[in-house]
Design a protein around this ligand. Structure first.
Ligand SMILES: [Zn+2]
Ligand SMILES: [Zn+2]
Length: 357
């Protein structure tokens, strides 16, 4: 294909080739490093639930072979002629966003995530017509506009999940003014997203309550993450006892669930943000909304400027993800465990492990 004649760089990665949900080693091509581009030697890539959905074609939009991964950290090995903000050797990251129109009101406000032509880091279509391949691979070429700097004090492994899980909760928390010390925050679901939301809440001095279906998470939530309260959402007594107690709620659950009982936990005028993405409609009864003048909204990742700001905030408050590092030959086992939520709290693939041996 003419348009991709400059795709000459051979890269090794790991791709799903059918809906089995498994990856196998995969050799493919990336474009040459253009004037606005940087080339990144991938060091680590976090494993997000979204990867699993694409691998299994749960949303019916997967273009195989799919190379997942949008929580990428690494080292710059090449910079284009017009790139002034990065140099070879810099520690950088690439998250969910790989391209956008650069002309619309959202791109101009660095809210590229809401550009109607936004293209994601994998399973997207780049400007030249090629399909994008993500961070389950040894090397990446990215336009510098979509690259962020990883602050020195953050390790590249524990920082990787911040590029999706971190910004996904940070952006709405900031937008809805949730970083007010002393206020009461509820976090629904204690997985990759939830545990980072807890850390932001604690760092900003909020009283943080986890709302979970798993009573067995209470001990470590309190001991390791220092949460102030824990509500088992399947226990109506506990839910009842906490009604009208929270100022804000972040709901990170991606399985279908009813919002009604959770909304009752909010005070009058309380705000709830959905960041998990159940593929079936969630139940949203009107009474708890109306009788409590409550608000429900949604949010999808964040813009590049805000992602950089979030990383700097994490460096300042020493916020890192709790991760389990795996080698590439363990990706399929990790995917199976991710499917049953058997991870505390994010798998991160040590992509460069071979070259470090
Ligand atoms: Zn993600
Ligand atoms: Zn745009």
């Amino acid at each position: 294909m003419e348009a991709t004649a400059n795709h000459t760089q051979i890269v090794t990665g790991w791709a799903g080739k059918d809906s089995s949900g498994k990856v196998t080693p995969h050799v493919f091509k990336r474009r040459e490093n253009g004037p606005e581009d940087v080339t990144i030697k991938v060091q680590f890539c976090g494993m997000c639930h979204t990867d699993l959905h694409y691998l299994k074609n749960d949303w019916g939009i997967t273009m195989y072979p799919v190379v997942p991964g949008h929580e990428i950290t690494g080292i710059i090995t090449k910079v284009g002629l017009n790139v002034t903000n990065f140099k070879v050797g810099d520690r950088v990251g690439v998250g969910c966003i790989y391209a956008s129109c650069l002309n619309c009101e959202f791109c101009e406000a660095s809210e590229e995530n809401y550009c109607d032509q936004v293209q994601f880091t994998y399973n997207g279509i780049f400007w030249d017509g090629s399909i994008t391949y993500g961070g389950y691979s040894e090397m990446l070429v990215a336009n510098n506009r979509y690259v962020v700097r990883i602050p020195e004090s953050l390790p590249l492994d524990a920082a990787a999940p911040l590029l999706c899980a971190g910004i996904t909760v940070y952006s709405p928390m900031k937008h809805h003014n949730m970083f007010q010390a002393g206020k009461k925050l509820g976090v629904v679901g204690l997985g990759g997203l939830g545990h980072v939301a807890v850390k932001f809440g604690k760092a900003f001095g909020l009283h943080v309550t986890v709302i979970s279906t798993s009573p067995n998470k209470e001990k470590e939530a309190k001991e390791l993450l220092n949460v102030d309260g824990f509500i088992v959402s399947t226990d109506p007594k506990q839910m009842q006892a906490s009604s009208r107690s929270l100022d804000y709620i972040i709901d990170t659950v991606s399985a279908k669930h009813s919002l009604g009982p959770i909304l009752e936990l909010l005070k009058v005028n309380g705000k709830m943000v959905l960041v998990g993405a159940p593929d079936k409609p969630v139940d949203l009864p009107s009474f708890p909304l109306i009788f409590g003048k409550r608000t429900v909204s949604g949010s999808m990742t964040g813009g590049i400027k805000e992602t950089q700001e979030m990383l700097d905030v994490c460096a300042k408050h020493n916020i890192k993800c709790d991760i389990e590092i795996v080698t590439p030959d363990y990706i399929n086992d990790a995917l199976s465990r991710l499917a049953r939520n058997d991870v505390r709290y994010r798998f991160v693939i040590d992509i460069a492990s071979k070259s470090r041996l």
